[in-house]
Design a protein around this ligand. Structure first.
Ligand SMILES: [Mg+2]
Length: 319
């Protein structure tokens, strides 16, 4: 085993978690520890991840500080209440939060800042990786908003987007480039546990740079999935419904083609000749019954010729 492999295995892996709407119910700006309500199943889900060997690190935007709605002390108090409610088995290893916000909505001057820590940028995840020796490529990001997914992807993590009923954004907005969608934190923990030993994500550096640059420029981040080695190439979550619709449309078109009669003028001619052959045969039979042998013979001969032509057309046009 090379030194690089040893270092890789020695690095810890973590699950980064959004806070509001992921670990706790999203009630807007949580400015009071008394308002904290754990999301259903949160404690069990986090305990499960801890047992699987992951560090648990919260990465949360807290722009309420810059907006003047709360202080950093309030954020600490709320985080302490969350830790208390989760208990030891689901203990969180670290809390990272970004109190900064850029623009006019930031009314507290010292927090008006364009920060790399504010998701969808990956600053909090990268800082945690440096401070705790976390291997980001073996780590995961779970959150309820596309910006969580973008931050996770930009850091090189695999991502799970919670698409449960508690989320505040509409379905199209939610369909970002997450690796997996989950209905709840419990389901997200099961996904991480199931796929944790897959090959780590290897970001192509140019793509990572392009994604980070797009996010930094405030543009919508590219939705192309990160290149991975040995990991199934999943379509971005947002493309799945479109893919299913395309498959359905193609099946519909194939079904309609099957049901359409295979029309051609040659086959129409064959059908007309068949009808004429029947008429000629009936006419010859009537002539035969009425005692007109010569006329009957010629009409039956005509019927035979028409039938022969009909059979010839049928044989030559058969596929
Ligand atoms: Mg959230």
């Amino acid at each position: 085993m090379s030194n690089a492999d040893r270092a890789h295995r020695a690095a810890r892996r973590a699950v980064f978690l959004d806070r509001d709407g992921t670990i706790i119910e999203d009630t807007g700006f949580v400015d009071d520890p008394a308002k904290v309500r754990l999301a259903p199943g949160a404690a069990d889900a986090l305990a499960r991840l801890r047992r699987a060997g992951f560090m648990l690190v919260v990465a949360s935007n807290q722009s309420g500080v810059a907006r003047g709605l709360m202080t950093e002390e309030t954020v600490h108090a709320v985080n302490a209440r969350i830790a208390e409610l989760l208990g030891d088995k689901a203990g969180l290893d670290a809390f990272y939060y970004c109190p900064f916000l850029d623009g006019d909505e930031a009314v507290v001057g010292e927090y008006r800042k364009d920060s790399d820590w504010r998701k969808p940028r990956p600053g909090m995840l990268r800082a945690a990786a440096r401070e705790h020796g976390i291997d980001l490529r073996r780590s995961w990001m779970i959150g309820d908003a596309p910006r969580d997914v973008e931050a996770g992807r930009a850091a090189g993590c695999r991502t799970v987007l919670l698409a449960g009923a508690t989320a505040g954004t509409s379905p199209p907005e939610r369909c970002s480039a997450a690796d997996y969608l989950a209905a709840s934190l419990t389901e997200a923990a099961k996904i991480v546990e199931q796929f944790m030993d897959g090959q780590p994500v290897i970001l192509e550096e140019p793509a990572a740079q392009a994604r980070a640059s797009a996010i930094a420029a405030g543009a919508e981040a590219p939705t192309t999935p990160a290149t991975s080695v040995g990991w199934p190439a999943l379509p971005p979550a947002g493309e799945v419904p479109a893919l299913l619709r395309e498959i359905r449309d193609q099946l519909d078109r194939a079904h309609r083609r099957e049901r359409q009669p295979d029309f051609s003028f040659v086959k129409l001619l064959g059908t007309l000749l068949q009808l004429l052959a029947i008429v000629a045969g009936l006419w010859g039979t009537v002539s035969l019954v009425s005692g007109s042998d010569a006329a009957a013979a010629s009409r039956l001969l005509l019927a035979c010729l028409l039938q022969l032509m009909c059979v010839t057309i049928h044989v030559t046009t058969r596929e």
